[in-house]
Design a protein around this ligand. Structure first.
Ligand code: PHE
Length: 343
């Protein structure tokens, strides 16, 4: 009896080993485990149940053998499960479609704005923001732009329906008015942001664009401070070997006023057919001047005691020159082939 039973158990073990070796999937693993160990129909469970019918003298031996088999089956199935799991991790399925995570980047306008901000922040300027909807007073009157000035014409400025005194700011200068009204000199700020003008879109105009303006007010500030500041800025931004030229200009809020040019960084004035400077050797970059005493007085600053300079530039224009972009509308078309080239 004893030998027979033990042989039976050994045969069972051999069959099981073979089956276990053939397991290739979690489903097969479950099937084999059920076949041997399931509580109701498992073969080993069945053997345990037989124990009652075994004559007493063989009970202990039989029980021990069945138990050894059970432990061996358990262990084997555990090993198979582990190896299935680690195979699953180690074997990537190359037939799956790739998924790539697109990496974002700053838009060229933000990128250039940050470059400009960084240069001025290094010179000790503070960045100040304002409102895109402004009072006519802050946008025009306080800046010495009189009622009859063409900029105030409906043709040039967006007015807000139902709010006769409000406009979409045409420049970021009203940020400086707000700041000067609240803060006594010294004032040393730049104000970046969106501005709005009723222009028909073409290669160099859009009704919304971006500006950065700067303002410095303190004692004994002269035109040479303005020149030095803008030379440092323009050489850091465009390149150290550039020349900077100041031409007389006109703005209602500065006196004297100057248009500022840099020498052409593409041809240095040597190519009469140059794409960027059209052979003139100079690129018009920004407007500037000494803040008009009336503007200071409008903000409660004593123009006998304090003086200062201001300047303003269009971010799109500067970006177009630096990066050779021929049409301003490309900034707003959201074409990734354009956007992904920068930033
Ligand atoms: N506010 C001017 C504009 O938008 C730019 C400017 C600022 C010019 C400061 C001179 C001085 O056109």
């Amino acid at each position: 009896m004893s030998n027979e039973v033990i042989q039976e158990i050994e045969e069972l073990r051999t069959i099981f080993e073979k089956e276990a070796e053939g397991i290739q999937s979690p489903q097969q693993l479950r099937d084999v485990r059920d076949k041997y160990l399931s509580r109701k129909k498992g073969i080993i469970t069945g053997l345990m149940a037989k124990l009652r019918h075994i004559p007493d003298e063989y009970k202990a031996e039989f029980g021990k053998e069945v138990n050894l088999l059970k432990v061996a089956v358990d262990q084997k199935l555990k090993t198979v499960e582990d190896s299935l799991q680690s195979q699953g991790i180690r074997k990537p399925d190359f037939s799956l479609p790739e998924f790539s995570i697109p990496v974002g980047r700053p838009h060229l306008i933000s990128f250039v704005r940050t470059q400009i901000e960084n240069i001025f922040v290094q010179m000790g300027y503070k960045i100040v923001y304002g409102y895109e909807v402004e009072s006519e007073y802050n946008n025009f009157d306080a800046l010495n732009i009189p009622e009859h000035h063409p900029a105030r014409d409906e043709q040039d400025t967006f007015f807000i329906k139902g709010h006769p005194e409000k406009v979409l700011r045409t420049h970021t200068s009203p940020v400086q008015i707000r700041y000067m009204k609240k803060n006594a000199p010294p004032v040393k700020i730049i104000s970046p942001g969106k501005v709005f003008r009723k222009d028909e879109p073409d290669a160099t105009h859009t009704p919304v664009f971006h500006q950065i303006e700067g303002l410095l007010i303190a004692r004994d500030i002269s035109f040479s401070h303005l020149k030095g500041t803008l030379e440092v800025f323009l050489r850091s931004f465009f390149g150290g070997n550039l020349n900077v030229r100041f031409r007389p200009g006109y703005f209602p809020f500065t006196e004297p006023s100057a248009e500022v040019d840099v020498s052409c960084f593409l041809c240095f004035g040597n190519d009469p057919g140059c794409k960027i400077c059209k052979g003139t050797g100079w690129l018009e970059i920004l407007g500037s001047g000494m803040v008009h005493p009336r503007v200071l007085e409008n903000c409660g600053i004593d123009s006998e005691e304090f003086s200062g300079f201001a300047f303003g530039m269009g971010i799109e224009r500067i970006a177009m020159l630096k990066y050779g972009i021929s049409d301003i509308r490309m900034f707003y078309e959201n074409d990734l082939r354009f956007i992904n080239q920068f930033g």
